[in-house]
Write a protein that binds this ligand. Structure first.
Ligand SMILES: Cc1cc2nc3c(=O)[nH]c(=O)nc-3n(C[C@H](O)[C@H](O)[C@H](O)COP(=O)(O)OP(=O)(O)OC[C@H]3O[C@@H](n4cnc5c(N)ncnc54)[C@H](O)[C@@H]3O)c2cc1C
Length: 586
């Protein structure tokens, strides 16, 4: 069957009408658009362009996912306005009043074009919690697994290319089904940093053995493994929603997808019955309307989806009225319930080589990447483990913290440990980092005006709940235990680099953590999915916005909590699932 010209799927600006209008051509947006366009006409409104053109090799080559300058959280980060939204948070009181540059993809593919490519799924218990919270059994592990399978194609590791000892990979191929031709390629990097193999052994030595299933089978806690990555194995380049879903749609002559690039939605439009029937958009100063005869699907991400709801009259009435925005639906939960998984690194020197691109090695590194799809450029890192904090450390937790942790499902890990290496001035620097997987602090997203040209106001509120302080201090002590493990003393050199051994008491550790907090860029849940009557709930279990018709929110903002692990796999699952709901008339 003949294909189509790539260009025939891109729109010329101007008023037009489609069955469905998807706002945001990001991770979830392109996935749901591709599926809906199999049977209906679909417009995708995306504020950015094509990252392969507008971000050079940075978003394409896996290695750069770890080194891209624009991913700095400092307010003096190197800007890349063609692919990043330039969002700066409000000062974070729990982190020394720092403002955080929170990278968000402004490009086809959205954050799937900037992220670190790790592909992991939540646990059986977290999906049961999701089903319970939204009163819908279609979210149990067993019922979402077909949608995870539909979104991804799995390629086992290429052991001939990964080499080092201690890099054994365990995985469970039965949780993928390649006959479905899932658009996201899930595979492994073809290079392993030798320091991470040693740090993996250290994590195993302190009680997180190598698991046998990987992180895609509904189990996460109590073990470690090499992570699966969103990498295309044939050329070792990034598999984003653009490279996967959009390109599949474009190659399908029957797909009725039309993409508006460099086009920003400024408002969702409603008829007199509060039914969404279009979107006001702007391309380079030219304003027009894209109408929807069926539904509008908001997929603008964790910060911009709540912003667009509020600018369109859906949100806390007091906020809307303060900016003279007519209230269509007074919903106190819009922009609330922001979860964020914060982390820190404990650093020490190691007597092992680290890769750093230099004029001397550039030619050979590039050659092995381009010719054989291997070497440092083919990899975006590697090894992680998850656990509940062990008894000897958790017995010091306050009763309140213990009670809060007891509300989590048995298999919901509390901490994720990630190991990495950096070239240092005197030796390679190894990092053992810890991320809270069940943060209890909640942030929020709001607006500062009635205009889309003003960015959303982001209050991260990290460490506003004391339980997070206790968890981070305990996780810090676990990172030190890993570094002190006899298993790695032969490669460790010099005293701890950061924070250094002067930092010992809980108070000293916490003070240091506050000033050195980082992000996994996993912010989530600012438009919580839930049941009607929950003051925080914004959408129901079919992602339909309460109080209006014809409008859904399908992105990480509508997931009811931060799924333990990493969210992009779940974003694809949700998009597949809601597309199916829509096609089935729900
Ligand atoms: C640096 C980084 C590293 C990460 N690492 C990982 C990882 O290793 N593994 C993992 O699973 N997750 C990771 N994440 C998180 C994960 O990528 C995101 O949670 C997920 O991709 C978000 O998907 P989304 O569909 O909710 O939003 P997005 O992918 O952000 O999509 C939203 C889209 O909407 C567009 N948009 C917004 N407003 C408008 C508007 N008004 N008009 C038109 N378009 C608009 C945006 O430009 C964007 O394309 C990382 C994220 C980042 C930034």
């Amino acid at each position: 069957q003949p294909g189509r010209l790539y260009s025939s799927c891109f729109a010329i600006p101007g008023n037009a009408s489609y069955d469905y209008v998807v706002v945001g051509g990001g991770t979830a947006g392109l996935a749901i658009a591709k599926r809906l366009a199999e049977t209906a006409s679909v417009a995708v409104i995306e504020a950015g362009g094509v990252y392969e053109i507008e971000n050079g090799n940075q978003s394409v080559v896996p290695y750069f996912a770890l080194t891209m300058g624009v991913l700095s959280t400092s307010t003096s980060y190197p800007r890349q306005p063609l692919v990043d939204w330039d969002l700066i948070s409000q000062p974070v009181a729990g982190a020394g009043d720092k403002r955080i540059h929170y990278a968000r993809g402004k490009t086809l593919g959205g954050c799937s074009a900037l992220n670190t490519m790790g592909y992991l799924r939540g646990s059986v218990g977290t999906h049961q919690r999701w089903a319970d919270l939204v009163g819908d059994d279609s979210y149990t592990w067993e019922n979402v697994l077909p949608y995870f399978k539909k979104s991804a194609t799995f390629t086992p590791p290429n052991l001939a290319k990964r080499f080092p000892a201690n890099a054994t990979v365990q995985f469970d191929p039965t949780v993928f089904d390649n006959s479905l031709n899932g658009p996201i390629q899930v595979s492994y990097g073809n290079w392993i940093d030798v320091t991470t193999t040693w740090l993996a052994v250290a994590l195993q030595a302190i009680g997180m053995p190598l698991g046998s299933l990987g992180f895609n089978s509904g189990v996460l806690s109590g073990f470690g493994d090499w992570v699966t990555d969103e990498i295309k194995p044939e050329d070792a380049t990034r598999s984003s929603s653009e490279a996967g879903y959009l390109r599949q749609a474009i190659a399908d002559p029957n797909s009725a997808i039309t993409v508006y690039t460099h086009t920003q939605a400024s408002k969702i439009l409603f008829d007199s019955n509060k039914t969404a029937n279009g979107v006001l958009v702007n391309t380079a100063g030219f304003e027009y309307i894209i109408s929807a005869t069926q539904e509008v699907i908001l997929s603008a991400g964790v910060f911009h989806s709540p912003q667009l709801l509020m600018l369109s009259g859906i949100g806390p009435a007091a906020t809307l009225e303060s900016f003279d925005i007519p209230v269509i639906s007074n919903m106190s939960g819009v922009g609330q319930n922001l979860w964020d998984q914060i982390f820190f690194d404990v650093l020490s020197g190691v007597n092992l080589p680290a890769f750093i691109p230099t004029p001397e090695n550039e030619a050979s590194t590039l050659q092995s990447y381009l010719q054989d799809q291997e070497g440092p450029y083919s990899s975006a890192g590697g090894y992680v483990s998850f656990e509940k904090i062990p008894q000897d450390l958790r017995q010091n937790f306050s009763q309140r913290t213990q009670d809060l942790l007891a509300t989590l499902p048995e298999d919901w890990p509390e901490i994720e440990y990630i190991v990495l290496a950096y070239p240092g001035a005197n030796s390679t620097i190894g990092a053992v980092s810890a991320t809270i997987e069940a943060p209890f602090s909640r942030g929020n997203v709001t607006i500062s005006s009635s205009s889309i040209t003003d960015p959303p106001v982001i209050n991260l509120n990290w460490l506003s709940d004391p339980a997070d302080e206790e968890l981070l201090v305990a996780a810090f002590r676990r990172c030190r235990q890993a570094w002190d493990s006899p298993a790695i003393q032969q490669v460790r050199v010099g005293p701890e680099i950061a924070p250094g051994l002067a930092t010992q008491t809980d108070e000293e550790i916490l003070a240091w953590i506050r000033l050195n907090l980082g992000i996994q860029w996993h912010a989530s849940s600012s438009n919580k999915m839930g049941v009607e009557g929950d003051p925080l709930a914004v959408v129901d279990s079919k992602a339909r916005v309460f109080g209006v018709q014809g409008l859904r929110v399908v992105d990480v903002s509508s997931i009811p909590f931060s799924v333990p692990g990493h969210p992009s796999g779940t974003a694809y699952m949700l998009a597949e699932k809601i597309a199916d709901d829509i096609k089935n008339g729900n």
